[in-house]
Design a protein around this ligand. Sequence first.
Ligand code: NDP
Length: 281
Amino acid sequence: MMADKYAEPLNEVDRYAVVGNPIAHSKSPLIHMEFARQTHQNISYERILAPLDGFEATVLELIKQGYKGVNVTVPFKFKAYDLCTTHSPQVQLAGAVNTMIFADFGIVGHNTDGDGLIEDITQNLKTPIRDKRVLLLGAGGAAEGVFQPLLVEHPKLLVVANRTLQKAEKIVSKSSDKAWQGKASTFEDLNNQQFDIVINATSTGLSDTALPIPDSVFAENCLAYDMMYGRETPFMQQARANGARVADGLGMLVEQAAEAFYLWRGVHPETQPVIDMIRAL
Ligand code: NDP
C-alpha cells in the first residue's frame, strides 16, 4: 500500500485505543504508533481491557476523557454496533463494528476487517479468491465483517461453518447479492467437501482448542488462513499436516489497522514494513 502525502504534525496528542477482553496480546498499539511515526501524526494509542459486561460504560468513559476513536476486538464487535449512532454501509450489513470514530455529532461505526483480509489474501499472499471454493470457519464478529467482502470477490462457493449453526445461517441470509450467496454448515457436514481457501475466523486459537473439522477440507494447493496471529494454532497444525499453505492473521491485522488509521487520520500508511517489523520481533 502506498503512503499518501504526509500530514502536518499536530500540537495536541489525539488519543486512540483498542478495547477488548482479553487484550494483553494485542499488537495494535505497536502498529498504530509505527503508522503515526511513519506519517508524522501526533497520537497516542493504548490497550484497554473492558469488563465483559462493561463495554458500553468503558467507551462512554473514553469519550468523556476526550479520546478520538477506538478499535474494537473480541468479543465486543456486536456491542460496538449497538452503541454507534451512525454506521457505514458495510457495517449496516455486517452488524459488527471494529472501528469507532467519536465525532461531535455521535459515534460513527466502520468495519475494516473485510478490506484487511481481502488485501492480505489477494495482494500480500497473491491468492485470487475469484472462482475459488472458500470455507469460512466461525460466525462471530470477525466472520460477519469479512463475509460480504469475500462474496464481492466472487468465489465459486462460500461456505460458512460454525459450532452454532443458526449464527452461520444468519450471516448467509444477509447476503447483499442474491446471485452470489453463501451456504451455512455445521462442522460435521463438511465431510467429503474440499476447499481452495479455508479461513479460521473462530476464536479457538486464543485457547489452543482444535476445531472438529475433517482433514479432507484442505484441497491440493489450499491456502489455510488463521485470523489468529503470534502463535501456531491447532488449526494451523492440522492444515500444515494436510499439505496446505498456512498464513496467520498478522497481514490482515496490519491491513485492517491501516484502513482504520486512514479513517481517523486521512493518510494511508505503508503496511509491508510494519508487517515485516512485527514478524521479526
Ligand atoms: P467472537 O467472540 O465474536 O466469535 C467467536 C467465534 O468463535 C464464534 O463463531 C464461536 O462459535 C467460535 N468459537 C469459540 N469457541 C469455539 C470452540 N471451542 N469451538 C468452536 N467454535 C468456537 O470473536 P471474533 O469473531 O471477534 O474474533 C474471532 C477471532 O478472530 C479471534 O481470535 C480474533 O482475535 C481474530 N481476529 C483477527 C483479526 C485480524 O486482524 N487478524 C481481526 C478480527 C478478529 P459460536 O458462535 O458457536 O459461539
